[in-house]
Design a protein around this ligand. Structure first.
Ligand code: HEC
Ligand code: HEC
Length: 413
């Protein structure tokens, strides 16, 4: 099945290229993608997810990778059994960290005026990468953590760095389905009950309207499509209708970057990535549910999880707009997690969106928390501070057997 779909797509692609050369009427991949059967959309989405984008005009006339970028494919960062980034720490020396990026900020957390929102390590078309990541380690044994720093030719004095590790994407397409009103209502309920104090992240959409943010470590994106478009723009320098501007994360002072060739494509409505390509990736991700999302009844340990206070933030299920329940183990709200976990971006730095607890593993290379600092689930829980400090303390005070049962429950999600 997948093979024949792949072939069909290749034929389509070739015939599309052929008609371009002849200037004849073009094949409509958009219409095909929209009307394709679900299985074909998933297979096509997988192709887009692992597709190696190229700079214009390397192969196709228009791809338009970069000028500044971190990777050429989603799969370069979101790899592994659960499509998440991994940090591999051998005993000696710094190593590459697939899926690790450095977000940049100043005092206000708005991104850096010269370097933008993220350090892009690669450049093309005359633009040079802004620097590279150096991965080291601190601590030993179970305490060992990856430590990421930026190596820049001329590091600006006011640069603040936040390392972030690509999370596994298994099950996360379902975040898109949660009813916006339910997220807002949950914040009000938490405020009334007083155990935790989740905040709604509000984001402004390109058309000027407001929506509730839900994707990303700080819930900065309101939909899966917006998150995928932002990944294209920030990680690969590719524009789309959701993230226009072919120069990606190039700032006004990065003139070489603006002068480099870009790839606006008339077949992609003048952008570098078409909306249907984003939709296909969303279809591929939606086809990858986590074990907990395939199961009907929760395990008996769910009660222990709730009694410990974990479910106050890691809310097992949220309703979609039709009232059907979506399993995420997250309230999709922002919580103050304490100074140890904070990024150095001012007062907002301690706020993180509750991680969905899905595909926790363990599997080789899986690391936990926003920057992968924890090597196992126990370490991730013990690092909880701020609003989560009481739940963390209850967890630490559990008898060892109960703690082991709780971890086994989490591993099954
Ligand atoms: C250079 C590495 C890199 C590349 C390439 C990359 N990502 Fe990511 N991705 C990350 C990191 C790091 C995060 C976590 C930071 C954040 O949430 O803002 C992330 C977060 C996400 C999330 C949010 C998950 C959640 O729970 O909210 C989704 C969805 C996602 N990526 C999809 C994609 C897709 C689709 C592509 C390809 C178009 C892609 N990513 C390309 C590194 C990458
Ligand atoms: C106040 C809200 C809150 C409470 C209570 C809470 N958490 Fe979390 N949890 C979070 C947030 C926010 C993150 C993401 C923090 C980060 O990445 O730095 C997180 C991350 C995690 C992770 C890491 C997930 C991953 O994929 O990296 C695990 C595991 C986890 N929590 C388990 C628990 C357990 C078990 C409990 C109960 C003992 C608990 N949490 C209580 C908010 C909470």
């Amino acid at each position: 099945m997948a093979g024949s779909v792949g072939r069909l797509w290749t034929i389509l692609w070739l015939s599309a290229a052929g008609t371009a050369a002849q200037g004849a009427e073009r094949v409509q991949p958009v219409a095909y993608a929209a009307e394709a059967p679900a299985a074909a959309r998933v297979a096509l989405g997988w192709n887009e997810f692992r597709r190696q984008w190229v700079p214009t005009p390397e192969i196709s006339q228009w791809d338009g990778l970069g000028p500044l970028f971190n990777a050429r494919a989603c799969l370069d960062c979101h790899m592994g059994p659960a499509l998440g980034g991994r940090v591999v720490m051998p005993d000696l020396g710094p190593v590459a960290a697939p899926g690790m990026v450095l977000r940049l900020g100043t005092e206000t957390g708005e991104g850096h005026p010269a370097l933008g929102r993220q350090l892009q390590t690669l450049g093309t078309g005359g633009a040079r990468g802004e620097g590279r990541l150096a991965l080291g380690r601190s601590g030993v044994g179970a305490e060992a953590r990856p430590q990421v720093s930026a190596v820049l030719a001329e590091p600006p004095a006011d640069l603040r760095l936040a390392p972030l590790l690509a999370p596994p994407l298994i099950g996360r397409a379902a975040i898109d389905r949660v009813d916006e009103g339910a997220i807002v209502a949950l914040a009000a309920q938490q405020a009334a009950e007083g155990r935790v104090a989740g905040r709604v992240q509000r984001v402004t959409l390109p058309d000027g309207t407001e929506a509730v943010g839900r994707y990303g470590v700080a819930a900065g994106r309101a939909s899966l499509a917006a998150q995928i478009a932002d990944a294209f723009a920030l990680d690969m320098g590719l524009s789309s209708v959701f993230a226009p501007g072919d120069a990606g994360d190039c700032t006004a002072t990065q003139t070489r970057c603006h002068a480099a060739p870009h790839g606006p494509d008339p077949w992609r409505a003048g952008h570098e990535v078409a909306s249907y390509e984003i939709e296909l990736i969303a279809a591929f991700l939606a086809d990858k549910p986590a074990p907990a999302q395939r199961r009907a009844a929760p395990a008996p340990e769910a009660a222990l999880f709730a009694e410990t206070g974990c479910a106050d933030c890691h809310v097992p299920q949220m309703p979609d707009s039709a009232g059907e329940m979506v399993t995420l183990y997250s309230d999709l709200l922002l919580h103050d997690m304490g100074q140890d976990l904070a990024r150095p971006f001012g007062v907002e730095g301690a706020l993180w969106r509750t991680s969905p607890l899905l595909a926790l593993g363990p599997y080789p290379g899986r690391r936990y928390l926003h920057d992968g600092r924890a090597g196992d689930i126990d370490g991730a829980i013990r690092a909880h501070g701020g609003e989560a400090a009481p739940a963390q303390a209850r967890y630490a005070a559990l008898p060892e057997g109960a703690r082991a049962r709780l971890i086994a429950f989490l591993e099954g999600l």
